[in-house]
Design a protein around this ligand. Structure first.
Ligand SMILES: [Mg+2]
Length: 222
């Protein structure tokens, strides 16, 4: 194992598949639950990846598809009822805080997932960049704010958070699990590929943790 100087100030996490277990991408989990039309979904993804529509438009139209299938707060929570914190996540977060790190999340997931799985997240993480949904008192989805920092733009999110704390991305550690974490892993001073589904991420990361227990990163991070 590499020895690591204590030059890092921030530990930034991905959410789906990293801090939250039993989903790879929450969007996929929700589409499966609501049984939304695969062809429509595929077309929207092609439009986004082909640069024809923005991320916000893509996300907004996907949510419209769920709404058509009756999505509201109650059903969204039912859809994620099997999800849980990654093994060792809470202890790892507490220990990293004890060691003096600033903790952050940069995710393309949805805020209600974070609220459900880590109800105390406001006391755990200083900075959270994620998609947000608002519900009315009946649980109807009434508005949304989509993140500007998913996929390759997660790296921009890291710069933004680093700047907010007066440090550089070089002084940040990133922990993630998939292809949407490639750019942010490269931008961070140190990166850990955890519970990875991406060969590419394993190749570019400074360390790879195969065992599905987040506490393993405590042996790498000083
Ligand atoms: Mg992930």
């Amino acid at each position: 194992m590499k020895t690591m100087e204590r030059k890092y100030k921030i530990v930034c996490f991905d959410l789906d598949g990293t801090l939250v277990d039993d989903t790879i991408f929450i969007w996929q989990t929700l589409h499966e639950y609501f049984g939304t039309d695969q062809t429509t979904r595929k077309k929207l993804a092609e439009k986004f990846f082909g640069g024809k529509i923005s991320y916000a438009e893509w996300a907004g139209r996907e949510i419209e598809e769920w709404k058509r299938k009756g999505a509201d707060r109650e059903r969204l929570l039912d859809a994620i009822s099997a999800l849980k914190p990654m093994k060792g996540a809470v202890e790892t977060i507490e220990e990293l805080k004890k060691r003096g790190y600033i903790l952050a999340i940069i995710s393309g997931s949805l805020s209600f997932v974070l609220d459900k799985i880590f109800p105390d997240h406001k006391n755990m993480f200083s900075d959270i960049l994620i998609n947000e949904l608002d519900f009315d008192t009946d649980g109807k989805i009434i508005s949304s704010r989509f993140t500007e920092y998913d996929m390759e733009n997660k790296a921009l999110g890291l710069s933004k958070i680093a700047e907010h704390h007066n440090v550089t991305p070089e002084e940040c550690i990133f922990v993630g699990d998939h292809n949407n974490d490639l750019q942010i892993a490269s931008a961070a001073g140190f990166s850990i590929s955890f519970n990875s589904k991406s060969e590419r991420l394993n190749e570019i990361a400074d360390e790879v943790v195969k065992e599905k227990d987040l506490r393993k990163i405590l042996e790498i991070i000083p």
